[in-house]
Design a binder for this molecule. Sequence first.
Ligand code: UTP
Length: 224
Amino acid sequence: MKSIVLSIGGSVILSEGADVSFFRKLASLLKKISKQYKIFIIVGGGNVARKYIKLGRDLRFDEKILDSIGIYITRVNAKILTNIIEESNKDIPCTTSEAIDIDKPIIVMGGTTPGHSTDMVGAEIAEKTGADLFIIATNVDGIYDKDPNKYPDAKQLKEVKIDQLIERYGIKWKSAGKNVVIDGPALEIIKRAELATYVVNGKRLDQLEKALTNQSFDGTKITI
Ligand code: UTP
């Protein structure tokens, strides 16, 4: 069976409006898609992770410890998400190999090791499984020419070349809790594995469904 990898930001799971009905609708969308594709979902840490990382940074913890604190939070979020889905694993795998070996229609996990974000975990699984699509579901409508949360005149990009993103963000991991649309190590894999990658607003389930089913959606396509 073909597979799709969905990296879903913690900010989507824990955002305002992410209420019981949002979770139910998301679960039923995933169930529908899982009839056609095996789905790997990697859940991010969102603001909760950033709050703990800030506390640790104020306490002068080193970067590896800060990353591992973030990883714990991503796994808590993964635990929440997986328990609203019937057809998924209930124990959260800690590595991509473990996740790939799980025989379920939907596999949910969080982070793995320090030094990158959950986007990179998603890219790694997409590369290893030869996934048809890698979807990054975030809390804005795709990639913009500048940060839309800071600049109201930021323009959404319908398509962007991977090399432009690498030029803008680099391929190195910067620091724990860094809030960029896609982290550098993930960009490096997207380029290397030539992954078909879409960035979409995960809170807009109609658009997420369109992206998952490869129809035209309001978001950004990354071209290689
Ligand atoms: P996220 O994947 O949520 O990173 O992991 P992010 O980009 O900061 O946030 P959103 O959710 O996409 O908005 C939270 C933090 O956990 C650590 C990193 O420090 C990351 O910033 N982490 C996560 C790892 O070190 N390794 C992983 O595999 C995952």
